[in-house]
Ligand binder design. Structure first.
Ligand code: ATP
Length: 444
């Protein structure tokens, strides 16, 4: 498989900040890209994410509106290494109606600029907008587009691994497109001082939370299931305040997995035993969902990644062919675009205008849960997780919501090796405790 997948060629060079062994770039590598810089005229700041600021910009030649993600390259001002350039090239080749297009990539003043097609809004804004009513057909349509984008990438042996509603961008015609493919692998773990990644935990598959090193496309399926649940509930479904708490939330919702449900679980590096809690009926968590929706949710939330439904199988599930059929994208309810001048022309430019921050700070963009709390339909579930508190205390965990949390969001590829099977001993538990302590350390 490694032979077919260019991303597998050199797994040691996944982080361009830290990689000192990879061939260093030469001026020659970057010059052809550099010519691109003058092509775009920067407009206002659209917001700031894990990797840096995103600007709206206009292609001076075509008038096309684009979004430019300026990525801080840290100390490695010389530029991007060969591996990163090769992977950027690969990302540029991902072309699908449900994948955001990477139009250009160029270095400028020590930063890497990635030029994407401009999108009007994102799924997080749709879910959060209380003025929008999402019908079952609308939810089906948003989920179908998400899975179609994923299926394209999985077909190309690329995992997303950072699926969350704000990474699902929506264009003026209602088309949903997956964004941020590959960025985590290219640019390493995000700076812990940024709070953005804390939300990514809610979409993490249990095998990742138990520290697996060999994960596959199932992690994206689990995240898509969380997004499906969020569309149905109109709030994030499993809002853990730490990795351990996240697992507690998962087990409270679906029952603690048994060895027969997930035989490999006990061999995972960060496995800890949780007190058994039975699964409440799925219907009690999603009272408004159809039987087909419940059946698909159950298959997407399967614990054992090997038994979890694939994206392709999910797309073939009868949920998508039974009534109501998915809404046509341009008929989908969408919030008011965050940009008033979507069709800006070159003549609209005022290059002397200062940047305007259009999106509110990340913290106010998310619905912040009360500590450890479910709301509404799932509230009953949360009351069952006393056992989690005990483990949290035992692990010396800081569950404070305001502290920074580390999330490793490596963009990854399908693992092919058989899983490691370490035995659980006290050293593993010490390791877990250390890991948790590290996760919640304040940045310097
Ligand atoms: N292609 C795009 N078109 C329009 N706006 C965009 C585009 N890409 C990103 N944005 C906006 O820029 C802002 C920052 O985006 P970015 O993807 O860097 O971070 P984020 O999605 O907010 O958080 P995270 O880093 O956790 O994914 C967000 O408001 C986002 O909606």
């Amino acid at each position: 498989m490694a032979k077919d997948n260019p991303l597998l060629e050199d797994p040691s060079t996944t982080n361009i900040h830290n990689d000192t062994t990879a061939p260093q770039p030469t001026k020659l590598d970057l010059d052809p890209l550099k010519k691109v810089a003058g092509k775009y005229l920067k407009r206002e700041i659209l917001g700031e994410g894990t990797y840096g600021v995103v600007y709206k910009a206009i292609n001076k030649e075509t008038g096309q509106t684009v979004a430019i993600k300026k990525i801080r390259l840290g100390k490695q001002k010389e530029g991007v290494n060969f591996t990163a350039l090769r992977e950027i090239k690969l990302l540029r080749e991902l072309k699908d109606p449900n994948i955001i297009e990477l139009i250009d990539a160029y270095p400028h003043k020590g930063n890497l600029h990635l030029v994407f097609e401009f999108m009007e809004t994102d799924l997080e804004a749709v879910i959060r907008d209380r003025n929008l009513f999402l019908s079952p057909a609308d939810i089906k349509s948003y989920l179908q587009m998400t899975l179609k984008g994923l299926s394209y990438c999985h077909k190309k042996w690329v995992l997303h691994r950072d699926m969350k509603p704000n990474n699902l961008l929506i264009g003026p015609n209602g088309q949903l497109k997956l964004a941020d493919f590959g960025l985590a692998r290219l640019f390493g773990s995000p700076d812990r001082r940024f709070t953005h990644q804390v939300f990514a935990r809610w979409y993490r598959a249990p095998e990742l939370l138990f520290g697996t090193k060999q994960y596959g496309s199932g992690v994206d399926v689990w995240a898509a299931a969380c997004i499906f649940a969020e569309l149905l509930l109109r709030r994030p479904f499993l809002q853990g305040s730490s990795d351990i708490d996240q697992l507690g939330k998962v087990f409270a919702a679906f029952g603690t997995p048994t060895a027969s449900q997930w035989p490999d679980m006990v061999y995972l590096p960060d496995y800890v035993e949780y007190q058994y809690v039975p699964a409440p009926p799925l219907r009690s968590l999603f009272p408004m969902a159809s039987d087909d929706a419940i059946d698909l949710i159950a298959k997407m939330f399967t614990y054992d990644p090997k038994a979890r439904i694939s994206v392709l199988q999910a797309l073939e599930h009868r949920y998508f062919s039974s009534a109501p059929l998915p809404t046509i994208p341009n008929k989908l309810p969408r919030p008011v675009p965050k940009q008033e001048h979507l069709n800006s022309r070159v003549s609209d430019f005022n290059p002397h205008e200062g940047p305007t921050v259009l999106s509110p700070p990340r913290k106010s963009r998310r619905i912040m849960p009360e500590r450890g709390g479910f709301e509404g339909n799932a509230f009953q579930v949360d009351k069952n997780d006393d056992h989690v508190s005990a483990i949290r205390q035992a692990a010396g965990e800081n569950t404070g919501r305001n502290g920074p949390a580390m999330m490793s969001v490596d963009f990854s590829i399908f693992g092919t090796k058989p899983p490691n099977r370490p035995t659980i001993n006290s050293a593993d538990r010490t390791h877990l405790k250390r890991k948790l302590d590290l996760e919640f350390q304040q940045p310097e």
